[in-house]
Design a protein. Structure first.
Length: 368
């Protein structure tokens, strides 16, 4: 490899700056083990064991299964289990810098395999990037860390405000699962119309129209309780195989890891079968209060859902759910409180989004 001239970077391949390493450790191998050395898996830290595989800090990439391509920096004297790939930095690259480089590459694009996806070092080792001198690498690491620290701080602020809303809800209404304050209640199906979405399949054949197609990703993008737009639209033929719901409806994710996630939509649009819609809500319930009440019950709904690969709530379960009905004035007081908090959340989310854009632009500048 050519030598640096001053601080000028040079174009190199990933395989020029690191070597691959493998682990044959299974999760069952570490059960009951105790020690001082950390071991990691696809979801992060798994525990401590009495051995380690790597003497120095390294980068680990999820190479099999869920989370494929996810990239971590792990410390010296640690290990990963067999679903992970070691990337061991050579002398010309710092571990932290290598981690940023690999994250920038988005290795998930190299996956193969239908049932269990895999990525292989041989497929991505020739990916090119701009390598800087060790001195400049230190500067870049510090700059990116500063931006990441700001993003982490903003994210913590949002979590704090979410916790504030939850605490205020419990303070005002108690545990709605046990109805400890003895509010009046009715089956939810008597307080609103509950319908399930539908999915035209294959969806690709129905995209490209002008009817909003509401996906979970649309609702989880941002932190507002209101959904104002979608990324995709379907044609009129797709509407016949889906469920068109009215502006002002409350939509509720009824399955999978997003179960219990709720939003109020500001437009007419179609929902797939991973959503339930609650329309024509009784005047005794404020919709924002209902949304927050349902959010409080996520764990209850997960426990209630029929057993299976993924939790799944049907309309019958939701119609039978005992919904408390506190005095409407109290509900509105709570909604006013959440509106004030939401204004702060919008400002913080805007700052977080801008900081993420800055981070992405810096990654492009440094490694593109």
């Amino acid at each position: 490899m050519e030598e640096f001239v001053g601080t000028k970077h040079m174009k190199v391949k990933l395989g020029d700056v690191c070597e691959k390493g493998s682990s044959n450790i299974k999760q069952s191998d570490i059960t009951g083990k105790m020690g001082e050395y950390p071991i990691y898996g696809a979801s992060g830290y798994l525990g401590n064991v009495d051995f380690y595989q790597q003497e120095s800090a390294y980068v680990a990439v999820v190479k099999d299964g869920a989370g494929i391509g996810r990239t971590y920096l792990h410390p010296a004297k640690s290990s990963v289990i067999g679903t992970m790939q070691y990337l061991l930095p050579k002398e010309n690259v710092l571990p932290e810098y290598l981690c940023y480089v690999v994250k920038y590459m988005h290795l998930e694009k190299y996956f193969s395999g239908a049932t269990i996806p895999h990525i292989y070092f041989k497929d991505y080792k020739n990916e090119e990037f701009n390598l800087d001198s060790l001195e400049r690498q230190e500067e870049i690491i510090n700059e990116l860390k500063r931006v990441e620290d700001i993003m982490e701080y903003r994210s913590r602020e949002l979590c704090f405000l979410d916790d504030l809303i939850k605490a205020r809800f419990v303070e005002m209404f108690g545990d709605v699962n046990t109805n400890e304050k003895n509010w009046a209640w009715k089956p939810l199906g008597e307080l609103c119309t509950i319908v399930r979405g539908g999915s035209p399949r294959p969806i690709e054949q129905f995209l490209g129209g002008d009817i909003p197609w509401i996906k979970i990703g649309d609702a989880t993008d941002g932190d507002s309780i209101y959904l104002t737009s979608t990324k995709e639209y379907i044609i009129q033929e797709g509407v016949k195989k889906s469920r068109l719901v009215k502006a002002g409806s409350l939509i509720f994710a009824n399955c999978g890891v997003s179960l219990g996630f709720a939003r109020i939509i500001n437009f007419d649009g179609c929902i797939h079968d991973g959503w339930l819609a609650m329309e024509d809500v009784d005047g005794r319930l404020d919709k924002v209060f209902l949304l927050q009440a349902l959010n409080q019950m996520t764990e209850h709904f997960r426990a209630t859902a029929p057993a299976g690969t993924q939790p799944n709530l049907n309309t019958s379960i939701m119609k039978a759910y005992k919904q408390v009905i506190p005095p409407i004035e109290l509900q509105r007081d709570f909604v006013e409180f959440t509106n004030h908090v939401d204004k702060s959340k919008v400002a913080i989310q805007k700052s977080l989004d801008e900081t993420k854009l800055l981070f992405d632009s810096l990654m492009q500048e440094y490694f593109g």
